[in-house]
Design a binder for this molecule. Structure first.
Ligand code: SAH
Length: 375
């Protein structure tokens, strides 16, 4: 048999052997294949990479998330030690800004045990540089895990995930003309042997799809995201033997479960076809916060209102923070850049396409302390 040289070859071979794969399997391989997966082989962030995230735009983002988490930690009685978790930390920028800004909170640094959920060796090396080689965190207070099952179970957890859930695999089903007839969108091979979309009859679709979908509608769901949510909930709810805490999720997505195809691939800041170059483009789908929220509640957690990023950052005092920062800027140009970067994070933009509206935040807690900023 021919030796597979690219991820596309590997995917084609798997389809030849076992038949069409669901979108979730395709996404998992495209992003996370141990050798050729998109995140495993590169640092995709920044102007010269494929996409830019909020912490890479302005330090204020990580600082205010830090203030929010530190506030929750204080309200919970400042437990020590506690796990400070970040899922998918990218370059470690958010965590670095968070930690720098929280130096002034008595006891916070001493009590924090960093836990970084990261599968990419490339990004992990960058995180090590940003957080440990820089002297910000002692190596002994920081560990990496590849699976949430390895979360330390013996202490409270406070954590954040920015643009992490959107990278977790989703699946898609399409409604036929009769309400109970759904097909699953899969990746198969066309007559030339190239990757193409195929629909496969499906009997195991989520029940809410029946009420929500009209004929032809695409409905997305994600058992992987729900599993991650469940593990986080278990870690913080006393009922499930967790030790309390709070978790903040930030991502683009919708606050009402609804049909729609949001799967997209991005390379060099442009959309590209999802099946064109697996492993070379970022593939994501919008996060259905509504579904995650309900899921967290069924786990015995409190889940906050789903709040637009602009509202959350204003509630957390972005304006005052920027006013403080520009006083320390060397010149007008730097001050102008500082203001513009913060504005980009909060702007709603035309038809809600700006980061301030498209991105949402939701907090999940053990329910023992009130949540601020999101209500
Ligand atoms: N939070 C960062 C990076 C977002 S990119 C920021 O805002 O800049 C997505 C991050 O999640 C990367 O660090 C990527 O390597 C990580 N990631 C993606 N899928 C993952 C998975 N299944 N398990 C753990 N980490 C994952």
């Amino acid at each position: 048999m021919m030796k597979a040289r690219t991820l596309k070859d590997i995917i084609i071979r798997e389809i030849r052997e076992t038949g069409p794969m669901d979108i979730g399997r395709y996404m998992a391989l495209a992003l996370g294949h141990p050798k050729f997966g998109y995140y495993m082989t590169r640092d995709p962030l920044g102007a010269r990479g494929d996409f830019t995230t909020a912490p890479e735009i302005s330090q204020v983002f990580g600082e205010l998330i830090g203030a929010w988490l530190a506030d929750m930690w204080l309200r919970a009685g400042a437990p020590a030690p506690f796990t400070l978790l970040e899922c998918g930390p990218g370059r470690g920028t958010l965590m670095a800004d968070l930690l720098r800004a929280m130096r002034g909170v008595p006891g916070f640094h001493a009590a924090a045990r960093l836990c970084l959920l990261e599968t990419s060796p490339v990004l992990r090396a960058v995180q090590e540089k940003t957080l440990i080689a820089s002297g910000l965190v002692p190596a002994s207070a920081c560990r990496w895990i590849e699976d949430l099952a390895d979360l330390p179970a013996d202490r409270p957890l406070f954590g954040v995930a920015n643009e992490f859930f959107d990278a977790l695999p989703i699946r898609q089903i399409v409604r036929g003309t009769a309400p109970q007839v759904f097909e699953e969108m899969c990746v198969g091979l066309d007559l030339d042997g190239s990757l193409c979309y195929l629909r496969v009859p499906d009997a195991n679709y989520p029940q809410d799809a029946v009420d929500l979908c009209a004929p032809g509608d695409v409905f997305e769901f994600s058992p992987v995201r729900e599993q991650v949510m469940e593990t986080l909930c278990r870690a913080i709810t006393a009922e499930n033997r967790g030790r309390g805490g709070a978790f903040l999720i930030c991502d683009y997505g919708h606050d009402r479960t609804s049909p729609g195809d949001t799967l997209q691939a991005v390379r060099h800041h442009e959309c590209v076809p999802v099946l064109a170059e697996p492993g070379e483009a970022d593939i994501t789908a919008h996060v259905d916060f509504d579904r995650l929220r309900k899921h967290a509640m069924t786990q015995g957690c409190y889940a906050s209102r789903i709040t637009p990023q602009g509202t959350f950052l204003k509630n957390c005092g972005i304006e005052a923070r920027v006013a403080h920062l520009i006083k320390r800027c060397a010149d007008d140009r730097q001050a102008d850049l500082t203001v513009k970067a913060a504005q980009r994070l909060i702007a709603s933009g035309p038809a809600g396409t700006g980061m301030g509206a498209l991105f949402k935040l939701m907090a999940v807690t053990d329910g023992t302390v009130p949540v601020s900023g999101l209500e």
